[in-house]
Design a protein around this ligand. Structure first.
Ligand code: KIV
Ligand code: ZN
Length: 386
């Protein structure tokens, strides 16, 4: 693994599954985990074992079948959580315990009714205890986005001293600006004693629509893991979308940051997660939405038909989409109509195209979208072949 390799930590089955009203059973989780393993994610966070017998079982089953990725289970900084997670992960080829505690003033005062020193002690003890079960322990400082950097650095130092291999810096409430989040990672990289023994991880939520931008700023500033979910699903506005961060890094090679993801599987796995969870993906969703490679205005269609790169920065095949779509609407021009007519078997001359274009527009003004049957009807009821 090169130092410019960004580890992809998928939490679709844990943080992603926290979407209200969307529960997956063990069988569905196992199917998704197999696909994630093939996709090339480095870590699969498969659940929160102490939270329910069903979650325990899912983590246990996933641990048995995953071949390449590290299987991870979430815990609070609570001994029993950690012990139960270790049991659920027993069969994993590579196991990681992900433990942690809230570090912002708001969490310390309101959630734990505690104080800063006591939280550092709990962080240290949780990691130390997790280390007695597995070598690979990730520590999260919940609400790190709203935690002051100096204190956060002290918490991270304690976690490293106890043996943490990964330090997760979650922007739990999706509050940070990209510049702030990037500066936080840079500060930790420069100020945490012993930081060379661990990697920093970005875990960004999307409350302000900034999760992808924040994660990218994080890795530009030295983090080496991104925590994300397929389709960006998750509680509230969701998590960082896996497909987005992976494609940002791929499309900007000068950043010199790569991942192990087989991007051609992205569309298929997006569909699998959306179908299994019953969560519809918005059509304009970057990378995997139904319109991500669809062109409907005449100017864009003309450009794409001449050369795809005029209006597309990604080759759809790179993410598993067969081809770009030329959508016929009343905004489409002759080039798009000729292209779609050719696809259904009509090679039209310029004169023939001129003749049917007016009736095409009349038809299109009455419909949202012209389909292949409509094209047949427009052409067959015209007199261009008489
Ligand atoms: O958003 C968050 O802080 C989390 C932690 C539990 C890792 O999901
Ligand atoms: Zn989260």
């Amino acid at each position: 693994m090169s130092s410019n390799n960004i580890q992809i930590f998928d939490t679709t089955l844990r943080d992603g599954e926290q979407v209200p009203g969307c529960k997956l059973n063990t069988e569905q989780k196992v199917i998704i985990a197999k696909q994630l393993d093939q996709l090339g994610v480095d870590v699969i966070e498969s659940g929160f074992p102490v939270s329910s017998p069903g979650d325990f079982k899912s983590v246990e089953e996933i641990s048995k079948i995953v071949k390449n990725a590290t299987v991870c289970g979430l815990t609070r900084a609570v001994e029993n959580d950690i012990k139960v997670a270790a049991q659920a992960l027993k069969k994993a080829k590579k196991a990681r315990i992900h433990t942690g505690i809230g570090t912002s003033d708001s969490h310390i005062l309101h959630k734990f009714k505690s104080n800063k020193e006591a939280i550092i002690k709990r962080a240290y003890e949780a990691v130390k205890y997790a280390k007695s079960f597995v070598e690979d322990v990730e520590f999260y400082a919940e609400d790190a986005g709203r935690t002051d950097n100096e204190y956060l650095a002290r918490v991270c130092e304690a976690a490293i001293k106890a043996g943490a291999t990964v330090l997760n810096i979650p922007d739990t409430t999706g509050y940070c600006l990209p510049s702030e989040y990037g500066a936080k990672i840079k500060y930790l990289k420069e100020n945490v004693k012993g930081i060379e023994k661990a990697i920093l991880s970005c875990h960004c939520h999307n409350d302000l629509g900034l999760a992808t931008a924040n994660s990218i700023e994080g890795v530009i500033n030295g983090a080496r893991q991104i925590e994300c979910t397929i389709n960006g699903i998750g509680e509230r506005a969701g998590n960082t979308a896996l497909e987005e961060v992976v494609m940002v890094l791929k499309q900007h090679p000068y950043l010199n940051l790569d991942t192990n993801i087989n991007t051609q599987m992205l569309y298929g796995i997006s569909q699998l997660v959306s179908d299994s969870m019953g969560i519809y993906t918005q059509p304009n969703k970057a990378i995997v939405g139904a319109n991500a490679f669809a062109h409907s205005s005449g100017i864009h269609q003309d450009g794409v038909i001449k050369n795809r790169e005029t209006y597309e920065i990604i080759d759809p095949k790179d993410v598993g989409v067969t081809e770009s779509a030329i959508v016929l609407t009343a905004r489409s021009g002759r080039a798009a109509l000729a292209y779609r007519a050719k696809n259904v078997g009509y090679e039209l001359t310029k004169l023939q195209l001129d003749e049917i274009y007016a009736s095409f527009l009349t038809f299109a003004d009455k419909k949202k979208e012209i389909n292949d049957n409509d094209i047949h009807q427009i052409i067959e009821t015209s007199n261009i072949y008489q």
